[in-house]
Write a protein that binds this ligand. Structure first.
Ligand code: HPA
Length: 246
């Protein structure tokens, strides 16, 4: 049974280093996931890959069926999930092109299906979410980055926004005041759903741009694409390293 999954975000719709064995469309009580679970091997290690925004990158952040995606991976036997996600950098050390492994979350999203615990309950359930990411997996990411010679930020608070638009500069000032170091649109409810299903979940954030108002002028797609490309090359190398040790 496969026990490690990679959820790929913007810039990582497929995994070049993955030797694909088969694709599997998993049905869930919450509807269809973003696409097939792509089974394969990276460096001899069995792994399953799912493209969060669909293989053609057509599902926007607020329309992703996070419940179906996480449920599908769990039903395949997955215990560890590495989520790869594009973000904007808010604090000074979060420079575009760099990777970051956040350790905290502030959730600004709304109106997303954000729990499995809402119907047919025997009792109301509140998961502990004090430390939203799996520390063991975060440490493996940190070590793998060091082994691969990748300069990555070893912590930080991820602010999850609703999207699909980018933020205003005033929103980023508020988020910075709140303590956010990074801003992205897909970190929640994905992390909380993973915790509800008792999965070990950690995020590798790829800093694609300075958050609104933090760089010069407006944010362009060309800038984002350029930094994502640099970042994703590092992600591929990081994944090869981490899959050897987890
Ligand atoms: N804001 C929100 N999500 C993002 C950004 C951003 O600046 N860049 C990449 N994903």
């Amino acid at each position: 049974m496969v026990d490690v999954a990679i959820i790929g975000g913007t810039g990582l719709n497929s995994l070049k280093t993955l030797t694909i064995t088969h694709r599997e469309m998993v049905q869930t009580p919450y509807g269809a996931p973003s696409g097939p679970a792509v089974h394969g091997e990276v460096g001899g290690r069995e792994v399953v890959f799912m493209a969060r925004h669909g293989s053609g990158h057509t599902i926007p952040p607020h329309k992703v069926n996070y419940r179906a995606n996480i449920w599908a991976l769990r039903s395949l036997g997955v215990r560890k999930v590495i989520s790869v996600t594009a973000v904007g950098g808010i604090s000074a050390q979060m420079t575009p092109g760099r990777l970051a492994f956040p350790d905290q979350i502030i959730d600004y999203t709304w109106s997303r299906d954000n729990t499995y615990f809402e119907e047919n309950l025997e009792s109301v359930t509140h998961i502990d979410f004090t430390y939203p990411y799996c520390q063991e997996l975060r440490e493996s990411l940190i070590t793998a980055a060091q082994d691969a010679g990748i300069d990555a930020a070893q912590g930080g608070t991820y602010g999850a926004t609703q999207g699909p638009r980018l933020e205003t500069s005033a929103e980023i000032v508020r988020m910075e005041r709140d303590g956010c170091d990074l801003v992205g649109m897909t970190g929640m409810p994905e992390a909380a759903l993973a915790r509800e299903l008792d999965l070990c979940y950690a995020t590798c954030a790829v800093i694609a741009n300075w958050a609104a108002g933090k760089g010069d002028g407006v944010i362009t797609m060309e800038d984002i694409d350029r930094h994502l490309k640099t970042g994703m090359d590092q992600v591929r190398s990081l994944l090869e390293h981490i899959l050897k040790v987890i």
